[in-house]
Design a protein around this ligand. Structure first.
Ligand code: NAP
Ligand code: MG
Length: 501
């Protein structure tokens, strides 16, 4: 198949039959069962098919994975390998991901329900690009010599931390794992990864690809399982040096607690968001802005941490603008995820679908109006599909404006001037991202500075590149993924002071 061909399947069962997905843990270079022998069902949200069994790892498996990761770290075979060697292995790893892109895309789609064209065009190439970026960076970042008195040479060097626990969510399984693996492995660490229980398949599969690329056994372990068992065991482990977490703010707080109760391991948190998307009436192309607003919330079924879930629109253009967004939403209906033309897939599981439907009910009972959608659809397929939904007449203190829904639900709030827009934008516990549409360059500068968030987009939404940092302010967490800055959190600074006389 060509690089952009879309792999197809007639059903989840058909894809599973062809792919024979691996569900075991990956420890010290081998696929292994959990020591207890326990497994859990891997259920596809597309039609409820049980795809395979996944190893339910617990404390004993995490202990085993951490011990192997520590042993290989101490051996120096990866942690102390020449940068050029690490670079060539990781570049090969990225290459193997692309060679197996059709398989990985299909696995991602059956496991978490997103459209196959998204998996194929966004998730798999995005993950490979990320690994490749950090591979390339390895032999281009130098340490420092401090400008001290000439009687000494003071070298400021970066050293890998050791064993990293990576705990990731289900919305972009391969990509979120890669954002951790790229910089952590590039800087010489070993990684013990726990995927989300809803979406373990690609993390398990690429473990073998990494070893095939030459990554020494033990450097990249995978322990699938429940958050409350495997995830907690990583958080509390006395020999894990750092946890890189992406997920909800609630669970992020647990990891801070686990650190304090154990070895004060470093913690980096990429948590939730409630992104304000501000439309000022001077922006000349409101159709363009409406298109960005719709995709900004409905892409990936709304299961995006930085989704533009709060539309802040000037009162003068409110009704007209909401109508324009609804028109775009009408073209983003859920459909069969295996159809290359489908733009919206299934919610990740029935729990998440029920949660989102619960928020839609809450919006109605708090007095907001449904301007578009609001229902579960395609129930006859057995899948978890919800149509794009727009609420108007939302007040910022309503539940649907304050809590992260993590589904295709947009809450539209109106404002009368820029100051009020900024005030509403910042009236949230979150601070992951924000966006603003205006043609006034000084308003753009001022508002971008005033929004308390790790990313602010002006006249676009969700633009980014692997070269740019991503992460939050406030309760959206701390630490950054992507860009060269991500390498900082997987290393410690060491000063070596050499007295010359
Ligand atoms: P989640 O429930 O917080 O889970 C994230 C990970 O933590 C999963 O692997 C989960 O395992 C594990 N976990 C759950 N409870 C745990 C516990 N008590 N101790 C240790 N680990 C535990 O989040 P999610 O539902 O998978 O994903 C949605 C959330 O992720 C949203 O809030 C979203 O905003 C956030 N997110 C943030 C970013 C970002 O970059 N800022 C990116 C993507 C997603 P189980 O799967 O077994 O529960
Ligand atoms: Mg979860």
């Amino acid at each position: 198949m060509s690089a952009t061909a879309i792999p197809t399947a007639s059903s989840v069962a058909d894809a599973a039959e062809r792919l024979q997905p691996e569900g075991r843990a990956f420890i010290d270079g081998q696929y292994v069962n959990a020591l207890s022998g326990d497994t859990f069902d891997c259920v596809s949200p597309i039609d409820g098919t049980v795809i395979t069994q996944i190893a339910a790892c617990d404390t004993a498996d995490v202990d085993r994975a951490v011990a192997g990761a520590r042993a290989v770290f101490n051996s120096g075979v990866w942690s102390n390998a020449a940068p050029a060697r690490r670079k060539s292995v990781l570049k090969k790893f990225a290459e193997l991901m692309l060679e197996n892109a059709d398989e990985l895309a299909l696995l991602e789609t059956i496991d978490m329900g997103k459209p196959i064209s998204d998996s194929r065009k966004i998730d798999v190439p995005g993950a490979a690009k990320c690994i490749n970026f950090y591979a390339e960076a390895i032999d281009k970042v130098s340490d420092e010599i401090a400008p001290t008195d000439p009687s000494a040479v003071a070298m400021v060097v970066r050293e890998p931390l050791g064993v990293i626990g990576a705990v990731v969510p289900w919305n972009f399984p391969l990509m979120m794992a890669s954002w951790k693996l790229g910089p952590a492995l590039a800087t010489g660490n070993s990684v013990v990864l726990k995927p989300a229980e809803q979406s373990s398949l690609t993390a398990i599969r690429i473990a073998q690809l990494a070893v095939d690329a030459g990554l020494p056994a033990g450097v990249r372990q995978v322990v699938p399982g429940m958050g409350e068992t495997a995830g907690q065991a990583i958080g509390l482990h006395m020999d894990v040096d750092m946890v890189a977490f992406t997920g909800s703010t609630e669970v992020g707080k647990y990891f801070m607690k686990y650190s304090g109760e154990s070895n004060l391991k470093r913690v980096s948190l990429e948590c939730g968001g409630k992104t304000p998307h501000i439309i000022l009436p001077d922006y000349p192309d409101l159709d363009k802005a409406a298109e960005a607003v719709a995709w900004g919330i409905f892409f990936n079924q709304g299961e995006v941490c930085n989704a533009g879930s709060r539309l802040l629109v000037h009162e003068d253009i409110r009704d007209d603008f909401i109508a324009r967004v609804a028109k775009v939403a009408a073209g983003i209906q859920p459909g069969n995820p295996f159809d290359a033309k489908t733009k919206m897939g299934a919610m990740v599981d029935t729990t998440q679908m029920e949660r989102v439907l619960g928020y839609i009910e809450a919006g109605k009972s708090e007095g907001a109006s449904v301007a578009f959608g609001g229902n579960r659809v395609m129930a006859e397929t057995g899948g978890c599909f919800i149509e794009p939904t727009i609420f108007s007449d939302v007040k910022n203190d309503m539940k649907i404006a304050q809590e992260e829904i993590f589904g295709p639900v947009l809450s539209a709030i109106s404002f009368s001037d820029v100051e009020e827009a900024v005030e509403i934008a910042n009236d949230t516990i979150y601070g992951l991202a924000g966006a603003l549409w205006t043609r006034d360059v000084s308003t753009a500068h001022k508002v971008a500075r005033q929004i308390k968030a790790g990313v602010v987009w002006v006249n676009c939404f969700d633009a980014g590149d692997i070269t740019t940092p991503f992460g939050g302010f406030k309760q959206s967490g701390f630490g950054r993924d992507k860009s060269l800055h991500a390498m900082e959190k997987y290393t410690d600074l060491k000063l070596i002071w050499l007295q010359l006389d």
